[in-house]
Design a protein around this ligand. Structure first.
Ligand SMILES: NC(=O)c1ccc[n+]([C@@H]2O[C@H](COP(=O)([O-])OP(=O)(O)OC[C@H]3O[C@@H](n4cnc5c(N)ncnc54)[C@H](OP(=O)(O)O)[C@@H]3O)[C@@H](O)[C@H]2O)c1
Length: 155
């Protein structure tokens, strides 16, 4: 029998994070899924008793660590956290209203989650933190400067 791990995927309601979470669920791991859209979390969790949902916003800086600690407690521990939440818009006119959610989610929220995971694993003595950044953080995407800069920050 394959080893069963306890895994949290932050940003598990769509895209890469959802695909990864569904794969971990299929493989029999205990999976914690995080995102703002409760209906999408419920879709992923449906029919799986080993899935724990956390409807949360990573930009809720004062609460996200508390919520993640509670989730890890509910799961009975944590071996791996995949930090996959992210937003980005094409923004050639540098509309600040578009830049702000990118900076909030990919820098402020991302840092809050990464700091929580690192501290949790240090205290526990083991664990893995994986984060999905982007090649945009290495080569830059001209029409999406804040997104590219946020991805360089993550790298
Ligand atoms: N797709 C690509 O081609 C590509 C290429 C390079 C890098 N990436 C990176 O890969 C990651 C996933 O991308 P994707 O294409 O799969 O995107 P996606 O389908 O839009 O998924 C983004 C995920 O992040 C979550 N999220 C966004 N803001 C959040 C917040 N404030 N709090 C909590 N969760 C939040 C979303 O959940 P809710 O909306 O439910 O909160 C969703 O689950 C991103 O970091 C992206 O930069 C993607």
């Amino acid at each position: 029998m394959k080893q069963q791990n306890k895994i949290i995927v932050v940003g598990a309601t769509s895209g890469l994070g959802r695909m990864l979470a569904e794969r971990y669920i299929r493989d029999g791991h205990v999976v914690g899924i995080v995102g703002r859209r409760g209906d999408k979390l419920a879709e992923v969790a449906k029919g799986h008793s080993e899935v724990h949902c956390l409807k949360a916003d990573v930009t809720d800086i004062s609460q996200i660590a508390v919520h993640l600690s509670a989730l890890a407690g509910e799961m009975g521990g944590l071996d791996l956290l995949v930090l996959c939440s992210g937003v980005g818009r094409m923004n050639p006119d540098l509309d600040y209203g578009l830049e702000l959610p990118t900076v909030d989610t990919n820098v402020r929220g991302w840092t809050a989650v990464a700091d929580w995971a690192f501290s949790f694993f240090m205290q526990q003595g083991y664990g893995h933190l994986a984060a999905i950044s982007s090649v945009a953080g290495i080569r830059g995407l001209a029409p999406a400067p804040a997104y590219s800069a946020s991805k360089a920050y993550q790298i």
